[in-house]
Write a protein that binds this ligand. Structure first.
Ligand code: SAH
Ligand code: SF4
Length: 366
């Protein structure tokens, strides 16, 4: 069976140099190619005009530069833009651009589907279809940065699209290293937030990384039975173990760990939950993002009303916990894309992804 050519878009500069050396070409051409791909968004070898013509041809014969293909762009009246991207094997993923939150933010996927099976999440219902490669993770950012004209301008990245980034650890970290390189897009890890449901061994590995993103933990409940019902992974890594790992996590000076908490009516939104949450976070430099559930067909929960959400937020705020309520944006495009991706006969997470990509903009009551 023919193997597909190596994708140069997923190599770090050192690996690119090595690949060039194996072709008998000087190493600095590797750095040039890196800049063409990532900084300039040029993915045709023949357009890399500062490379010798013979080398361009040799590269084109041996290698590929894959870029996720833009299949559809939906823009909301509030500026949120949703990108449907097609991968080389025809799988689809979505990435979202959320402007002015106050930064420009790209929400990026790390897997097609997800193995974690959280009870309120449509991506979880898909199961894991496959991991994204580092090239596909970086490719989303490249497509969005060039489409929005933000390449070369500062933007933030949240790994909050489809998938569990710590379940695709190596590709995710390789992508972050490629993104951070100043010869490419130069996105410092300080501008990246990795959201995880709490795979503790991977979290401990993350704590040792030289280039470390900001951390967001999807908590969602304040007792083990309640969390296990919502996040099956809690059976293996319970609340105490997860919060201990957070206490040990080397948080940057002046930074905080974000705790995400999807509010489900009558399930995890009581005043007792709010008070327990305050106690659980004791001793952790934390901030809490409350996400009132984005309802969707197939999700067996309801969104609490605003009064309930605000009461929950107020209990946290009164105890000195930093809290934001993230409210959904882009409702109009969600309405417009009723039947976007179908994977395995099931409507995928595409629609839900946009729903939950609410910016952390509206502050909770003080
Ligand atoms: N797998 C990672 C990152 C992707 S999910 C994680 O779970 O952290 C990003 C965030 O969206 C998580 O906090 C997740 O709980 C939240 N989310 C998932 N489904 C949602 C829904 N229906 N409504 C609101 N938020 C949702
Ligand atoms: Fe996976 Fe995150 Fe969805 Fe849970 S909430 S199923 S971890 S994508």
């Amino acid at each position: 069976m023919a193997t597909s050519p190596l994708n140069l878009a997923e190599l770090e500069p050192v690996a690119l140099e090595k690949t060039l050396a194996e072709l008998g070409a000087p190493a600095f051409h590797g750095r040039q190619i890196f800049a063409w791909i990532h900084r300039r968004g040029v993915t045709r070898f023949e357009a890399m005009t500062d490379l010798p013509a013979g080398l361009r041809q040799a590269l084109a014969e041996r290698f590929a530069i894959y870029t996720p293909q833009l299949e559809r762009v939906d823009q909301s009246t509030d500026g949120t833009t949703k990108f449907l991207l097609r991968l080389a094997d025809d799988r689809r993923i979505e990435s979202v651009y959320i402007p002015d939150t106050p930064a420009q933010t790209f929400c990026i996927s790390t897997q097609v589907g997800c193995a974690m099976g959280c009870a309120f999440c449509l991506t979880g219902k898909m199961g894991l279809v496959r991991n994204l490669t580092a090239g596909e993770i970086v490719g989303q950012v490249r497509v969005l940065a060039h489409h929005t004209g933000l390449a070369g301008i500062a933007f933030n990245i949240v790994l909050m699209g489809m998938g569990e980034p710590l379940h695709n650890y190596d590709a995710t970290m390789q992508a972050l290293r490629i993104l951070a390189d100043p010869r490419g897009l130069g996105v410092h890890p300080r501008r990246v937030t990795l959201s995880t449901v709490g795979l503790i061994p991977a979290l401990e590995r993350l704590a040792t990384e030289p280039l470390m993103p900001n951390l967001a933990i999807s908590l969602h409940a304040t007792t083990d039975p309640a969390r296990t019902a919502l996040v099956p992974l809690n059976r293996r890594y319970d609340l105490e173990a997860l919060l201990d790992a957070c206490r040990r996590f080397p948080v940057r000076r002046r930074a905080r760990i974000t705790f995400e908490y999807v509010l489900l009516a009558g399930v995890n939104d009581t005043p007792d939950d709010a008070r327990r949450l305050v106690r659980l976070l004791d001793g952790i430099r934390a901030k809490v993002n409350l996400l009132p559930l984005n309802e969707a067909p197939g999700i067996p929960f309801r969104r609490p009303d605003d009064a309930r959400v605000n009461a929950f937020a107020k209990i946290l705020a009164d105890k000195g916990v930093r809290v934001l309520v993230r409210r959904s944006r882009g409702r109009d495009i969600r309405a417009a894309c009723g039947q976007l991706i179908v994977e395995g006969g099931r409507k995928s997470a595409a629609q839900q992804l946009a729903d939950r990509m609410a910016p952390a903009a509206d502050a909770a009551p003080r």
